[in-house]
Design a binder for this molecule. Structure first.
Ligand code: C2O
Ligand code: CU
Length: 430
């Protein structure tokens, strides 16, 4: 995998191509696809003008392969390389992306899909990957707009773009046949945009979230949200009449637009099929709810509420001093990476983290190296996830058995929030 400069036609043909940063010349990068339990080996070769790394988002891998500069490896300098090698424990829809200066490097195109196949994949006619992104481009030159470090964006909803693409295309189209059954793997690779999605001419079920199968497929809701870094696997039937179009729709306040268009050609010789079976579960460690250690997390800061004070680089600072340092968010009173881990736990110990969002913005909280479940007030557990949206003035409690030794980043996946304070780490003893 060579990270380097490339050109991509993200916009309509009357605009010039956009200079992107890309893996092997394309944004998104190449689809990596292997079987569950296989060995993934990739050499990252850095052809960029600055240091970089690759993080394998959502994978329960050995800590040294997690790709976080300063925590699990040295950043890979220009002209240098790094070998990633590990076995992939879980089947599902995952992705990889840079983890160095990610708020800029990802906005320039450094990410791609990583699909880990089940031993027995579900019975579908097509397996389609839909990688969603949101670019901020200059409206005349189609060049990627600067201002990555803008504190205004970072203190609000993050770097929201002005061009949405699917698989690097503003008008992604896919021929299908009427009545076909599709597996759609949606990946939100945007810096900050939360997609509100709907289906038209497609009907079906959600079968997995963040790579992990649901215990039972659930009918797709009329509108479903996909926060940055989250994935959703759908199994849908094409119900559009032959010759018509079906859509994955992006819904905004002022209406909807087609994110992806499926052209329904001639009818497939298939009667409507029954609901799909659940995908085979991955082998995830059950949390011990009774013996769990509780460590609450307070999310603070941002526009309209602000930070009165917080600790940064080991010193208490006022809100104004923090802003001068580019810090506007804090987790438990600390902006940026704390000296001591947010939680240090023994291997296998269960952590319960009630996350209280005292800000005016939603945050897509992501934990490395583990999957967790939301614990609802009535004690029931939500689906396995690696990234969960915490809405303003909400408390979302997650639980998980910390069975993967190492130093694991825990941060907001709105990348401008992460660099402006919203990150910490959990340490699991070996
Ligand atoms: Cu998608 Cu820290 O990761
Ligand atoms: Cu955030």
């Amino acid at each position: 995998m060579r990270a380097g400069l490339a050109k991509a036609q993200l916009t309509p043909a009357e605009y010039p191509a956009t200079e992107v940063w890309a893996y092997n010349g394309t944004a998104p990068g190449p689809t990596l696809r292997i079987k569950r339990g296989a060995l993934l080996r990739q050499r990252l070769v850095n052809g960029l003008p600055e240091a970089t790394s690759i993080h394998w988002h959502g994978l329960r891998l050995p800590n040294a392969m997690d790709g976080v500069p300063g925590l699990t490896q040295e950043a890979v300098g220009p002209g240098e390389s790094f070998d990633y090698e590990f076995t992939v424990p879980d089947a599902g829809t995952f992705w990889y992306h840079t983890h160095n200066r990610s708020w800029e490097q990802m906005a320039r195109g450094l990410y791609g899909p990583l699909i880990i196949d089940e031993e027995t994949p579900p019975d579908v006619d097509r397996d389609l990957i839909l990688t969603l992104d949101d670019w901020r481009l200059d409206q005349t030159t189609a060049a990627i707009a600067g201002g990555f470090d803008g504190l205004h964006d970072q203190a609000h909803g993050g770097r929201i773009g002005n061009l949405v693409t699917v698989n690097g295309q503003f008008d992604h189209r896919q021929p299908v046949r009427g009545g076909e059954r599709l597996r759609l793997r949606l990946i939100n690779t945007a810096n900050a945009r939360i997609f509100n999605l709907g289906l038209q001419g497609l009907e079906g079920w959600v079968v997995a979230l963040d790579g992990q199968p649901l215990e039972k497929p659930e009918p797709a809701a009329e509108v479903f949200r996909l926060a940055p870094a989250q994935r959703i696997d759908l199994i849908v039937d094409v119900t559009a009449e032959p010759g018509e179009e079906a859509y994955l729709v992006g819904l905004e306040r002022d209406g909807g637009f087609a994110l992806a268009t499926f052209e329904a050609g001639s009818e497939a010789a298939q009667a409507r099929r029954p609901a799909p079976e659940a995908l085979a579960p991955n082998d995830l460690p059950a949390p011990d709810l009774k013996g769990a250690r509780e460590v609450p997390m307070l999310l603070e800061g941002g526009a309209m509420r602000g930070l009165a004070k917080a600790e940064y680089l080991g010193r208490e600072m006022s809100g104004r001093e923090l802003a001068e340092q580019g810090q506007v968010w804090a987790l438990n009173g600390v902006a940026g990476m704390p000296a001591a881990p947010f939680a240090g736990v023994g291997r296998g110990e269960t952590l319960r983290i009630p996350m209280r969002n005292d800000t005016m913005f939603p945050h897509a909280m992501h934990l490395h190296g583990h999957h967790f479940r939301q614990e609802h007030e009535d004690g029931t557990l939500g689906p396995w996830r690696d990234t969960i949206l915490v809405d303003p003035d909400q408390v979302v409690t997650i639980v998980f058995a910390a069975d993967n030794p190492g130093r694991w980043l825990f941060h907001c996946h709105m990348l401008g929030h992460q660099v402006a304070g919203m990150k910490t780490r959990i340490e699991v003893a070996s």
